[in-house]
Design a protein around this ligand. Structure first.
Ligand code: GTP
Length: 635
């Protein structure tokens, strides 16, 4: 106040000294009075009345900053300046000073009255509570979450102090707040009647029980799912839930309340570690769930890793015990992560990954809860219990939505797997068909190649007639068959006349051509499939014929001879000047009785050919292989 009353430097001018000066003095005096009044107007003492069971203290107390952090209660109490009335919920946030709060209370009632001063912030590091009654020694309590749990005036998860006043008595409450390394947060102080305080505490315990219970059930359920699926997304989710529960447990003061044996510093440090770890695990879970999308878009994967790294930065600070520094980094990282998750979920949803809408819903719930709780504390929203538990409700809903997202992701994977299996089956069937078709095609080709090989192996290359090897097989077979069926068989051997002379005169290639022409001419005359032409020597051919009648056979052979002659192929060194052939035919109408074999039949035909040559060529000589008498057959 003395600062405000310092003399104001006035400029001296005729105008000021004449008419305006008295008015200016008056105006300045009024303004100073207003300012001094505002600074001096300490809030009136809070009357503790029977009917008032809950009173928010914003506007009823003053605050005083002690940057040196050395002032004592006595010094602060005696000081008459520097106090300012705190009109809204106190938010000291990050500050390296110590802070003093002063509140006057009075009991206008005719009976003694007790009220609980609830600081409603379980994370205050160092609190010195002083109750100063006129003419009585100062009552002092020193506690805080960096001090043992036993120092608390009322042993519950937060910090509360009972104030009992005799009828008509008034007192002053002086509270000193200090922090471990510069973080205070919000201080929505209230005065509560004992029943209301107990009721609030019970409700809080019940709701927190439900909250932890819900998260632990989700955790256990997904632990079972993890056991059966071994899916990394479930592992990250389970760990995330574990760290979330631990964070909230420490943040709400329950860790200090239930684990009293733990050093308070450990709990504070553990809170930050769990907080950062839950953010990192949330990121890992999200990435694991959007694996396919991230593989398709490497830039998105890199951004995810960057956001994850941002959330991991506070971890080493938390390990080193820097509470305020860790929070300074962790809070913006959380906000940025939530915004990133929401943006990415919307984008992923739009590109077809429908299950990401649950991540969007979860993040929205979390953000709404955070904002609702904060706005209630700032008195921008009404003091409704739902809003008081905004973060808890938001985080449970977020955990539920993520669980649904994981389940849907699992279903999608199952559907993809089934689809892939179906596609694999179809591809397999197609492959089998194709394989079958190829095998069939190759078999046919092989059969055809075999057929060609067989044909080649029994065919004479030059003339296209059957070769000698096949002739020998067929001769033996046909004789055996004729013996079985009592059919007649005829073997005709024919040989081109003076063929040596032809070669000598016209050349070997021309001789080849003659052989081809003769072969095709004879083949054309063979009408029955069993009648076949064989080339059995250089210019010597054989015919195996079946005919019931010997005379008909002779006539057929004669036709062949004529047809060769009729070709009129010039042959100067042959009689008649054209190519001719001599034929020898051996005929057997009763193979069984004649007891002939391949060799004897061949010999008989060869004898006839020799005879035809000897008798002048270009002729047919035939003989019947007569049945041998029974006596000769026995011999
Ligand atoms: N151009 C050609 N000539 C062949 C082939 N095979 C054998 N000859 C020839 O056929 C001729 C057969 O001659 P010879 O056994 O003396 O009989 P020929 O001259 O026909 O006399 P005759 O049989 O008694 O009428 C030989 O000169 C062989 O070289 C062949 O594939 N092509």
């Amino acid at each position: 106040m003395s600062r405000l009353l310092k003399p104001y430097p006035m400029r001296s001018s005729p105008l000021f000294q004449t008419s305006l000066l008295p008015w200016l003095h008056l105006l300045l005096g009024w303004m100073l009075l207003c300012l001094c009044g505002a600074a001096q107007a300490a809030p009136a003492a809070v009357a503790l009345r029977e009917g008032s069971s809950r009173l928010a203290l914003a506007g009823h107390y003053e605050i005083f900053e002690d940057p040196s952090r050395t002032l004592t209660a006595a010094q602060v109490d005696e000081s008459t300046y520097g106090w300012t009335t705190q009109r809204h919920v106190l938010n000291l946030g990050h500050s390296t000073s110590a802070w003093w709060l002063r509140l006057r209370v009075a009991n206008p009632e005719s009976a003694a009255i007790t009220r609980i001063l609830d600081l409603q912030n379980p994370r205050l590091d160092d609190i010195e509570f002083n109750l100063i009654r006129p003419g009585q020694p100062r009552q002092s309590i020193h506690t805080g979450d960096r001090l043992p749990y036993g120092t608390r005036a009322i042993q519950y998860h937060g910090f509360a102090f009972p104030i009992t006043l005799a009828p008509g008595e008034s007192a002053q409450v002086l509270i000193r707040l200090d922090s471990h390394d510069g973080y205070f947060g919000l201080l929505p102080m209230a005065l509560l009647s004992e029943p209301v305080f107990q009721q609030d505490t019970q409700r809080h315990t019940l709701l927190c029980g439900l909250y932890y219970g819900a998260l632990l059930i989700l955790l256990l359920y997904h632990l079972c799912l993890l056991g059966s699926t071994r899916d990394a997304a479930f592992a990250w989710y389970v760990c995330y839930l574990g760290f979330l529960v631990a964070t909230r447990f420490a943040m709400e003061g329950h860790a200090s309340q239930y684990f009293t044996a733990l050093p308070p510093d450990w709990i504070n440090q553990g809170l930050l570690l769990c907080y950062s770890m839950s953010a990192v695990l949330f990121g890992l879970m999200l990435m694991s769930n959007l694996k396919t999308l991230l593989v398709q878009h490497p830039w998105l994967q890199r951004t995810c890793w960057a956001v994850l790294a941002l959330n991991a930065v506070p971890l080493p600070m938390a390990l080193m015990g820097s509470y305020s520094g860790t929070l300074k980094l962790a809070m913006p990282a959380t906000m940025l992560s939530i915004a990133f998750v929401m943006g990415m979920s919307v984008w992923a949803w739009r590109v077809g990954m429908r299950h990401t809408r649950y991540f969007l819903a979860g993040s929205t719930c979390m953000l709404t809860g955070l904002l609702a709780e904060r706005l209630r504390l700032e008195s921008a929203l009404p003091d409704h219990p739902l809003l008081a538990y905004g973060v808890a409700i938001g985080s449970v809903l977020e955990a539920l939505f993520i669980a649904i997202a994981l389940a849907e992701g699992m279903n999608r994977m199952k559907a993809d797997k089934l689809h892939a299996e179906q596609q694999a089956r179809e591809a397999q069937a197609l492959l089998n068909d194709e394989l079958g078709r190829l095998v069939q095609e190759r078999t046919l080709e092989l059969e055809s190649a075999n057929q060609r090989l067989t044909t080649l192996s029994i065919t004479d290359e030059l003339t296209g007639a059957y070769n000698r090897r096949h002739f020998q097989e067929q001769l033996a077979e046909r004789i055996a068959q004729a013996r079985r069926s009592d059919d007649a068989i005829g073997l005709c051997l024919f040989d081109l006349d003076h063929f040596k002379g032809y070669n000598d005169r016209y050349g070997h290639p021309a001789g080849d051509e003659v052989l081809r022409r003769v072969s095709s001419t004879v083949s054309r005359h063979l009408k029955r499939s069993v009648d076949r032409l064989y080339r059995v020597g250089g210019e010597e051919f054989a015919l195996l014929i079946s005919s019931a009648d010997h005379t008909l056979g002779d006539r057929f052979i004669e036709e062949l001879r004529t047809s060769i002659h009729a070709l009129g192929l010039p042959h100067e060194r042959n009689e008649g000047g054209v190519v001719t052939a001599s034929f020898g035919l051996a005929w057997c109408s009763d193979v069984a009785r004649a007891q002939i074999d391949a060799e004897s039949l061949y010999r008989a035909a060869d004898e006839m050919l020799y005879q035809a040559k000897a008798l002048g060529r270009n002729r047919v000589e035939s003989s019947e292989v007569a049945p041998r008498p029974p006596s000769a057959r026995r011999a």
